[in-house]
Structure formats: C-alpha cells, structure tokens
Ligand binder design. Structure first.
Ligand code: ATP
Length: 263
C-alpha cells in the first residue's frame, strides 16, 4: 500500500506550519524524513494519522489505497488509524500504559479491531513479541512495561503498533530517547519488519546518521516544505539543496557513512 501526500498544507491558529508537502511512502520501503527542529516533520506524521490539534486547517490530499484521508469522516478515519496506519513515538511511555501488562496491551487492540478471541489473541501476542525479538515471550507477556529496559520497551511499543497488521507505520524519532548502544538494534528491527511485512515506513528523525542506516528514500524538510527528496544514496552523497549539504556537514565525523554496515 502506498501513502501519497500531495500539496499538504496545515495551519494551526495563525501559523502556517506546512506549506505544500509532497511525499510518497511505498510498501516495503523506509522513507526517512529529516530536517531541523520545528520544520514540520511531526506535524506531517500527525496529519497522516488525523491527530492534528483541534482547530487545525488543512489543504491538499493524503491518499491511501485510493482514499483521501483528509476528506474522510472522523469515524471512518478512526477505523483506518490503528488498523491500517500505526505510529511509534519517541518515548515508549507515550504508547504503553504503565499499569497494564504487555499481554493485555498487545491483545486489546487486536480484539477490538480484528475481533479475535482471547486465546488466539494471546497466541498472536506471543508471536508479535517474538517478531520484535523480546526474549522469552511466554514470560514477557505477563510483565509490566517498567520491568523492561528502554530498548525493550520500544520493541514492545513497536509490537503494539503492529498488533492490527497495519500497512503503514509512522515512526517519529523512535531511537532518539534511547542509549546509543541500543539504537542500531531498533533501526535494524524496523528495517527487517519493513522488508518482511511489506510495511510502508515513514521514519521521522532530525538525525541524518540514523536515516542513512535504514532509509531507502530520504526527504529533507525546511520551514514546512520538502526541499529535497530522492534515493538515500543520492540525497546523502550528492545533495542538491544547500540546506541538505549543511545538515550533512553538521554530522560528526563520518557518521553518515557508517550505517551502511548496519543493514
Ligand atoms: N499544537 C500546536 N500548536 C501550535 N503550533 C504547533 C503545534 N504543534 C506544532 N506546532 C508548530 O509547528 C511547527 C512544526 O513542528 P513539528 O513538531 O512538526 O516540528 P519537527 O520538525 O517535528 O521538530 P522536532 O524535531 O523538534 O520534533 C513548529 O513551529 C511548532 O511550534
């Protein structure tokens, strides 16, 4: 399933936040969205999910499987969100409830959206935990989020996002809050899930180093517009836009060359 954003404009109050964003995320591809803080990356992801702040005004189209999500009634969009499009946030605490076991958090989505029974839901939950490489899923399923490390919690948040078999995954700075030693593992996991499940992944990050580890395509945002887009190799090695060049030059050392080895 391809997600196509065309001419997306978003205003919040008096401020024009997005000024005509064009972006395509294809099935089985990781599309990295880079750009400095405040350039509109998060707002782009929220627009796709229909989670913009109350009173936001939008123009343009966000097409998924022939439907324009921006024109969809709230109830219908609610069904699409969670079932077809899921999101992973920077801090797993945003999506995981501290007082609810991992198993319940994994199964309540699928029982609600997919209507599967208790036993099958538990089986699926174990499968999801294995898919995101949580050790001993049989034990992990009955534990609470605080009993896991930050990296493991993010893996669990990814499993929850995948519970309803979405086709599109929006990951907003999924490794920023994590220790550098576990970041690469999470990126490898996202890459593997994208390949195995044919997911269309929009990876939002301010970090071009992270981007070069996993993205097939890279878009660079500045002031509410995509200023450059293309295959990773091209954008990161032959940037056409001065702003992309400046972002690359701000990378420490040879970081932007390293992550190739991560794949
Ligand atoms: N709820 C809101 N109300 C008003 N303005 C907002 C709101 N959310 C975001 N903005 C503004 O929209 C602009 C883009 O924000 P956004 O969070 O999309 O940037 P970003 O590129 O994701 O940056 P960061 O890397 O810091 O998350 C910023 O100027 C921000 O202040």
């Amino acid at each position: 399933m391809t997600l196509t954003i065309s001419g997306l404009k978003v205003s919040i109050g008096e401020a024009e936040i997005l000024r005509g964003v064009d972006l395509t995320v294809s099935a089985g591809h990781v599309h990295g969205l880079a750009g400095e803080s405040g350039s509109g990356k998060t707002v782009t992801g929220l627009a796709v999910l229909g989670l913009l702040p109350h009173g936001s005004r939008t123009a343009g189209t966000i097409e998924l499987a022939g439907r324009d999500l921006l024109a969809m009634p709230a109830k219908q969009l609610n069904a699409v969100r969670g079932a077809e499009i899921a999101m992973v946030f920077q801090d797993p605490a945003t999506s995981l409830h501290p007082m609810v076991t991992v198993g319940v958090q994994l199964t309540e989505h699928m029982r609600h959206h997919l209507g599967v029974g208790r036993k099958e839901a538990r089986e699926r939950a174990l499968g999801l935990l294995a898919k995101v490489r949580i050790p001993s899923p049989e034990t992990a399923v009955d534990r609470y989020p605080h009993q896991f490390s930050g990296g493991m919690r993010q893996r669990i948040a990814i499993a929850v996002a995948l519970a309803c078999e979405p086709k599109v995954l929006i990951a907003d700075e999924p490794t920023t809050a994590l220790d550098v030693t576990v970041q690469a593992g999470i990126l490898r996991l996202l890459r593997g899930l994208c390949d195995d499940l044919g997911l269309a992944v929009l990876l939002v990050t301010h970090d071009l180093g992270v981007m070069s580890a996993v993205a097939d395509e890279v878009s660079v945002m500045k002031d509410g517009l995509v200023v450059e887009t293309g295959p990773r190799g091209q954008v990161l090695t032959e940037p056409r836009h001065a702003y992309t060049r400046a972002l690359l030059e701000s990378l420490p050392g040879d970081d932007h060359k390293l992550p190739q080895e991560e794949r």
